[in-house]
Design a protein around this ligand. Sequence first.
Ligand code: ATP
Length: 243
Amino acid sequence: MSSNPVHKIPAAHPVPAGHARGPAHEPSRRAIALFGGTFDPIHAGHLAVAHAAQRRFHLDAIYFIPSARPPHKSRSELTLFVHRYTMVALACAEHRGFFPSLAEAPVDSASSHVFYTVDTVRRFRREHPDDHLYFIVGADQFLELPTWKSYEALLDLCDFVIASRPGFRIDALRLVVPPDKLARGAADGNKIALRKSAIHLLTTVNSHVSSTEVRERLQQKKSIHSLVPPRVEEYILGQALYR
Ligand code: ATP
Protein backbone atom coordinates (compact mmCIF):
# COMPACT_ATOMS: atom_id res chain seq x y z
CA MET A 1 0.00 0.00 0.00
CA SER A 2 2.94 2.33 0.44
CA SER A 3 2.97 2.58 -3.35
CA ASN A 4 -0.69 3.49 -3.28
CA PRO A 5 -1.23 7.24 -2.93
CA VAL A 6 -4.97 7.01 -2.28
CA HIS A 7 -4.47 6.31 1.41
CA LYS A 8 -3.58 9.81 2.52
CA ILE A 9 -5.49 10.43 5.72
CA PRO A 10 -7.10 13.82 6.31
CA ALA A 11 -6.47 15.85 9.45
CA ALA A 12 -8.24 14.69 12.58
CA HIS A 13 -12.00 15.08 12.46
CA PRO A 14 -13.20 18.04 14.55
CA VAL A 15 -15.19 16.82 17.52
CA PRO A 16 -18.43 18.67 18.30
CA ALA A 17 -18.62 20.48 21.64
CA GLY A 18 -19.60 18.09 24.42
CA HIS A 19 -18.28 15.00 22.62
CA ALA A 20 -15.03 13.95 24.24
CA ARG A 21 -12.85 11.79 22.04
CA GLY A 22 -11.53 9.86 25.01
CA PRO A 23 -8.06 8.38 25.35
CA ALA A 24 -8.15 6.87 21.86
CA HIS A 25 -8.55 10.33 20.39
CA GLU A 26 -5.58 12.47 21.30
CA PRO A 27 -5.36 15.40 18.87
CA SER A 28 -2.76 13.76 16.61
CA ARG A 29 -4.32 10.33 16.75
CA ARG A 30 -6.86 9.83 14.02
CA ALA A 31 -9.69 7.36 13.97
CA ILE A 32 -9.74 5.34 10.78
CA ALA A 33 -12.16 2.62 9.76
CA LEU A 34 -11.80 0.01 7.06
CA PHE A 35 -14.97 -1.29 5.48
CA GLY A 36 -14.28 -4.33 3.34
CA GLY A 37 -16.76 -6.02 1.06
CA THR A 38 -17.68 -7.19 -2.37
CA PHE A 39 -19.79 -4.08 -3.01
CA ASP A 40 -21.52 -5.73 -5.96
CA PRO A 41 -23.02 -3.13 -5.91
CA ILE A 42 -22.60 -0.71 -2.98
CA HIS A 43 -26.05 0.09 -1.54
CA ALA A 44 -28.00 2.09 1.04
CA GLY A 45 -27.36 -0.52 3.76
CA HIS A 46 -23.58 -0.11 3.44
CA LEU A 47 -23.94 3.66 3.64
CA ALA A 48 -26.27 3.50 6.66
CA VAL A 49 -23.68 1.37 8.47
CA ALA A 50 -20.85 3.75 7.56
CA HIS A 51 -22.81 6.82 8.68
CA ALA A 52 -23.74 5.23 12.00
CA ALA A 53 -20.10 4.23 12.61
CA GLN A 54 -18.80 7.65 11.58
CA ARG A 55 -21.12 9.36 14.06
CA ARG A 56 -20.55 6.99 16.95
CA PHE A 57 -16.74 6.79 16.73
CA HIS A 58 -16.02 10.29 15.34
CA LEU A 59 -14.18 8.69 12.44
CA ASP A 60 -11.78 10.86 10.47
CA ALA A 61 -11.85 8.51 7.49
CA ILE A 62 -13.70 5.42 6.37
CA TYR A 63 -12.02 3.43 3.60
CA PHE A 64 -14.40 1.36 1.51
CA ILE A 65 -12.33 -1.54 0.20
CA PRO A 66 -13.93 -3.51 -2.62
CA SER A 67 -12.16 -6.82 -2.91
CA ALA A 68 -10.98 -7.97 -6.32
CA ARG A 69 -11.32 -11.50 -5.06
CA PRO A 70 -12.73 -12.23 -1.62
CA PRO A 71 -12.04 -15.70 -0.19
CA HIS A 72 -15.67 -16.81 0.03
CA LYS A 73 -17.05 -15.78 -3.36
CA SER A 74 -16.14 -17.39 -6.65
CA ARG A 75 -14.71 -15.17 -9.37
CA SER A 76 -17.35 -15.97 -11.96
CA GLU A 77 -20.12 -14.52 -9.78
CA LEU A 78 -18.50 -11.14 -9.42
CA THR A 79 -18.97 -8.03 -11.53
CA LEU A 80 -15.70 -6.63 -12.91
CA PHE A 81 -13.65 -4.87 -10.24
CA VAL A 82 -13.53 -1.64 -12.23
CA HIS A 83 -17.33 -1.34 -12.10
CA ARG A 84 -17.56 -2.19 -8.41
CA TYR A 85 -14.78 0.26 -7.57
CA THR A 86 -16.34 3.02 -9.69
CA MET A 87 -19.67 2.63 -7.93
CA VAL A 88 -17.95 2.79 -4.53
CA ALA A 89 -16.12 5.95 -5.64
CA LEU A 90 -19.37 7.55 -6.86
CA ALA A 91 -21.07 6.79 -3.55
CA CYS A 92 -18.11 8.06 -1.49
CA ALA A 93 -17.92 11.33 -3.45
CA GLU A 94 -21.14 12.45 -1.79
CA HIS A 95 -20.00 11.98 1.80
CA ARG A 96 -17.37 13.76 3.83
CA GLY A 97 -14.82 11.33 5.22
CA PHE A 98 -15.75 8.41 2.94
CA PHE A 99 -12.96 7.25 0.62
CA PRO A 100 -12.70 4.46 -1.97
CA SER A 101 -9.64 2.28 -1.49
CA LEU A 102 -7.58 0.29 -3.98
CA ALA A 103 -6.04 -1.80 -1.22
CA GLU A 104 -7.65 -4.96 -2.65
CA ALA A 105 -7.43 -4.04 -6.34
CA PRO A 106 -6.45 -6.80 -8.78
CA VAL A 107 -2.71 -7.48 -8.73
CA ASP A 108 -2.50 -9.36 -12.02
CA SER A 109 -4.51 -9.60 -15.21
CA ALA A 110 -5.89 -13.02 -14.26
CA SER A 111 -7.08 -11.57 -10.91
CA SER A 112 -6.14 -14.82 -9.24
CA HIS A 113 -4.84 -13.26 -6.03
CA VAL A 114 -7.21 -13.87 -3.10
CA PHE A 115 -7.34 -11.06 -0.53
CA TYR A 116 -7.57 -11.85 3.16
CA THR A 117 -8.76 -9.31 5.72
CA VAL A 118 -5.88 -10.04 8.07
CA ASP A 119 -3.33 -9.05 5.40
CA THR A 120 -5.18 -5.85 4.50
CA VAL A 121 -5.52 -4.80 8.13
CA ARG A 122 -1.80 -5.51 8.71
CA ARG A 123 -0.91 -3.24 5.78
CA PHE A 124 -3.03 -0.39 7.15
CA ARG A 125 -1.64 -0.97 10.63
CA ARG A 126 1.93 -0.69 9.29
CA GLU A 127 1.07 2.54 7.46
CA HIS A 128 -0.77 4.08 10.40
CA PRO A 129 0.94 2.78 13.52
CA ASP A 130 -0.32 5.60 15.73
CA ASP A 131 -3.91 5.85 14.58
CA HIS A 132 -6.93 4.11 16.05
CA LEU A 133 -7.98 1.47 13.57
CA TYR A 134 -11.46 -0.06 13.27
CA PHE A 135 -12.74 -2.74 10.93
CA ILE A 136 -16.44 -2.47 10.04
CA VAL A 137 -18.31 -5.67 9.31
CA GLY A 138 -21.94 -6.81 9.21
CA ALA A 139 -23.21 -9.31 11.78
CA ASP A 140 -23.71 -11.98 9.08
CA GLN A 141 -20.03 -11.84 8.11
CA PHE A 142 -18.70 -11.65 11.65
CA LEU A 143 -20.51 -14.88 12.50
CA GLU A 144 -18.26 -16.54 9.88
CA LEU A 145 -15.15 -15.27 11.67
CA PRO A 146 -13.78 -18.74 12.58
CA THR A 147 -13.46 -19.48 8.83
CA TRP A 148 -11.34 -16.36 8.18
CA LYS A 149 -7.59 -16.66 7.70
CA SER A 150 -5.66 -16.10 10.97
CA TYR A 151 -8.76 -14.76 12.69
CA GLU A 152 -7.23 -14.94 16.14
CA ALA A 153 -4.35 -12.71 15.04
CA LEU A 154 -6.82 -10.42 13.30
CA LEU A 155 -8.72 -9.86 16.55
CA ASP A 156 -5.52 -8.43 18.07
CA LEU A 157 -4.87 -5.97 15.24
CA CYS A 158 -7.78 -3.51 15.42
CA ASP A 159 -11.14 -2.80 16.98
CA PHE A 160 -14.22 -4.23 15.29
CA VAL A 161 -17.48 -2.45 14.63
CA ILE A 162 -20.20 -5.01 14.02
CA ALA A 163 -23.34 -3.72 12.39
CA SER A 164 -26.64 -5.39 13.17
CA ARG A 165 -28.42 -6.89 10.18
CA PRO A 166 -32.02 -8.09 10.15
CA GLY A 167 -32.18 -11.85 10.73
CA PHE A 168 -28.87 -12.10 12.62
CA ARG A 169 -28.80 -12.36 16.39
CA ILE A 170 -26.35 -9.88 17.85
CA ASP A 171 -25.97 -11.91 21.06
CA ALA A 172 -24.63 -14.86 19.04
CA LEU A 173 -21.63 -12.72 18.08
CA ARG A 174 -20.00 -13.23 21.47
CA LEU A 175 -19.88 -16.97 20.84
CA VAL A 176 -17.47 -16.72 17.91
CA VAL A 177 -14.82 -14.95 20.00
CA PRO A 178 -12.30 -17.43 21.46
CA PRO A 179 -12.66 -17.27 25.29
CA ASP A 180 -8.93 -16.65 25.77
CA LYS A 181 -9.21 -13.42 23.77
CA LEU A 182 -11.73 -11.91 26.20
CA ALA A 183 -10.54 -9.37 28.73
CA ARG A 184 -11.59 -9.82 32.35
CA GLY A 185 -14.97 -8.38 33.16
CA ALA A 186 -15.43 -8.41 29.43
CA ALA A 187 -18.84 -7.15 28.35
CA ASP A 188 -20.71 -3.92 28.86
CA GLY A 189 -23.83 -3.49 26.74
CA ASN A 190 -22.61 -2.70 23.27
CA LYS A 191 -18.92 -3.36 23.85
CA ILE A 192 -16.97 -6.58 24.29
CA ALA A 193 -13.52 -5.85 25.66
CA LEU A 194 -10.79 -8.11 24.32
CA ARG A 195 -7.25 -8.37 25.67
CA LYS A 196 -5.75 -6.29 22.86
CA SER A 197 -8.76 -4.67 21.19
CA ALA A 198 -12.52 -4.34 21.48
CA ILE A 199 -15.65 -5.31 19.64
CA HIS A 200 -18.31 -2.63 19.36
CA LEU A 201 -21.86 -3.55 18.47
CA LEU A 202 -23.64 -1.06 16.26
CA THR A 203 -27.23 -1.91 16.99
CA THR A 204 -28.84 1.22 15.57
CA VAL A 205 -28.66 0.08 11.93
CA ASN A 206 -31.62 -1.89 10.67
CA SER A 207 -31.37 -1.96 6.90
CA HIS A 208 -32.83 -4.84 4.92
CA VAL A 209 -31.01 -3.87 1.73
CA SER A 210 -28.51 -6.32 0.26
CA SER A 211 -26.53 -6.43 -2.99
CA THR A 212 -28.36 -9.67 -3.78
CA GLU A 213 -31.69 -7.84 -3.65
CA VAL A 214 -30.40 -5.05 -5.89
CA ARG A 215 -29.09 -7.57 -8.46
CA GLU A 216 -32.30 -9.59 -8.37
CA ARG A 217 -34.50 -6.54 -8.84
CA LEU A 218 -32.45 -5.47 -11.84
CA GLN A 219 -32.73 -8.92 -13.38
CA GLN A 220 -36.48 -8.70 -12.91
CA LYS A 221 -36.44 -5.21 -14.47
CA LYS A 222 -37.73 -3.66 -11.22
CA SER A 223 -36.72 -0.26 -9.89
CA ILE A 224 -33.73 0.01 -7.54
CA HIS A 225 -34.49 3.62 -6.71
CA SER A 226 -33.59 4.42 -3.08
CA LEU A 227 -31.78 1.09 -2.69
CA VAL A 228 -28.57 2.63 -4.08
CA PRO A 229 -27.38 6.27 -4.25
CA PRO A 230 -28.71 8.16 -7.31
CA ARG A 231 -25.30 8.33 -9.03
CA VAL A 232 -24.80 4.60 -8.56
CA GLU A 233 -28.25 3.92 -10.00
CA GLU A 234 -27.39 6.11 -12.98
CA TYR A 235 -24.11 4.21 -13.48
CA ILE A 236 -25.76 0.78 -13.25
CA LEU A 237 -28.43 1.71 -15.77
CA GLY A 238 -25.96 3.49 -18.08
CA GLN A 239 -23.57 0.52 -18.10
CA ALA A 240 -26.40 -2.01 -18.29
CA LEU A 241 -25.03 -3.95 -15.30
CA TYR A 242 -26.80 -6.93 -13.67
CA ARG A 243 -29.12 -7.70 -16.56
P1 ATP B 1 -24.50 -9.96 -1.13
O1 ATP B 1 -25.99 -9.76 -1.02
O2 ATP B 1 -23.99 -10.01 -2.54
O3 ATP B 1 -24.00 -11.12 -0.29
P2 ATP B 1 -24.02 -7.75 0.76
O4 ATP B 1 -25.22 -6.89 0.61
O5 ATP B 1 -23.91 -8.58 2.00
O6 ATP B 1 -23.77 -8.63 -0.55
P3 ATP B 1 -21.19 -7.07 0.84
O7 ATP B 1 -20.46 -6.17 -0.08
O8 ATP B 1 -20.90 -8.52 0.77
O9 ATP B 1 -22.78 -6.78 0.63
O10 ATP B 1 -21.04 -6.55 2.32
C1 ATP B 1 -19.92 -5.82 2.80
C2 ATP B 1 -20.09 -5.70 4.31
O11 ATP B 1 -21.25 -4.92 4.60
C3 ATP B 1 -20.31 -7.05 5.00
O12 ATP B 1 -19.61 -7.03 6.23
C4 ATP B 1 -21.81 -7.10 5.22
O13 ATP B 1 -22.15 -7.89 6.33
C5 ATP B 1 -22.13 -5.63 5.47
N1 ATP B 1 -23.50 -5.29 5.09
C6 ATP B 1 -24.03 -5.34 3.85
N2 ATP B 1 -25.31 -4.95 3.86
C7 ATP B 1 -25.63 -4.66 5.15
C8 ATP B 1 -26.82 -4.22 5.82
N3 ATP B 1 -27.96 -4.01 5.17
N4 ATP B 1 -26.76 -4.01 7.16
C9 ATP B 1 -25.61 -4.25 7.84
N5 ATP B 1 -24.45 -4.67 7.27
C10 ATP B 1 -24.45 -4.87 5.94
